[in-house]
Write a protein that binds this ligand. Structure first.
Ligand code: A2P
Length: 254
């Protein structure tokens, strides 16, 4: 069984520029634990072709292009599943969830949310999704229809390069904590809420900063000197090096 939140390993064929076989890449399972469409033989992942130019050099994502070029019926080898903690809890119905995702980091949350919805989840489910442009809104119609059909599902889009906050700054997943305070405050303040992060590493410290600023410190733990300070006094350096997720926070950042 491939549980949502776990990863599968994919070995792209061929060799790198040094003549060595390509390394295994990990991809998050984006299907619910019962399998895609309820079929335990089907596992999904979320792939975006990575082709970009950095400082005049054009980089082609080996594995993302390999996967994107596959045709129905093609065979490939996968390993796994791997991952033991980044899952929904076994008593999943007892919690509210706030999921923070950037880009393809939405993969595990698609599966988890499908699973919660199928189980008739009554608690609150918030997906805060960050991407550069509207065209990058992965699974947009699925999440929009869920939000329409279920009062407890909330889909917040933070589109960094097209929208602006009221002060003119960029919309990032962490700024939603302030921008959607009315919706999020009662959920984040509740002691049966779990927070999940998946996506670019850069969002981690930003989310910690916003959680600390609003006093949602149950999602964080501090070590060393930071542990002696009031969370409102944590510096960016404290947040980056000494503040860690608590047992109510789950992270998969890269
Ligand atoms: P931007 O690149 O405009 O600064 P994707 O994986 O599809 O590229 O999306 C990543 C998203 O995360 C983008 O909207 C990107 O914004 C945003 N982002 C970049 N840096 C941070 C950060 N430090 N914290 C949160 N989000 C970030």
């Amino acid at each position: 069984m491939f549980r949502s939140g776990q990863s599968i390993g994919i070995l792209p064929p061929g060799e790198n520029e040094k003549g060595k076989p390509h390394k295994l890449r990990l991809y998050s399972v984006s299907s619910p634990s019962k399998g895609e469409g309820g079929n335990p033989n089907y596992v999904s992942t979320t792939v975006k072709r990575a082709n970009e130019e950095v400082d005049g050099v054009f980089y082609t994502g080996i594995c993302s292009n390999y996967l994107s070029n596959l045709k129905p019926g093609d065979e490939l080898s996968i390993t796994g599943p791997s991952g033991k903690r980044y899952l929904l809890p076994s008593n999943a119905d007892e919690f509210n969830y706030v999921f923070f995702a950037t880009g393809t980091g939405v993969a595990p949350f698609r599966g988890m949310i499908m699973e919660l919805i199928e189980a008739g989840h009554k608690g609150q489910i918030v997906l805060i999704f960050g991407c550069p442009y509207r065209t990058d809104l992965l699974y947009k119609s699925y999440f929009e229809s869920l939000e329409k059909e279920h009062d407890n599902v909330h889909y917040i889009k933070m589109i960094s390069r097209e929208d602006r906050r009221s002060d003119g700054s960029k919309k990032y997943v962490q700024t939603a904590i302030e921008d959607y305070d009315e919706l999020l405050a009662p959920i984040l303040a509740s002691d049966n809420t779990l927070v999940y992060l998946c996506g670019m590493k850069g969002m981690q410290t930003g989310i910690y900063e916003q959680l600390a600023k609003k006093g949602y410190t149950d999602y964080l733990t501090a070590k060393g000197e930071a542990a002696e300070k009031d969370p409102s006094e944590w510096t960016w350096e404290d947040l980056k090096t000494s503040v860690k997720p608590s047992d109510r926070t789950f992270e998969e950042v890269y």
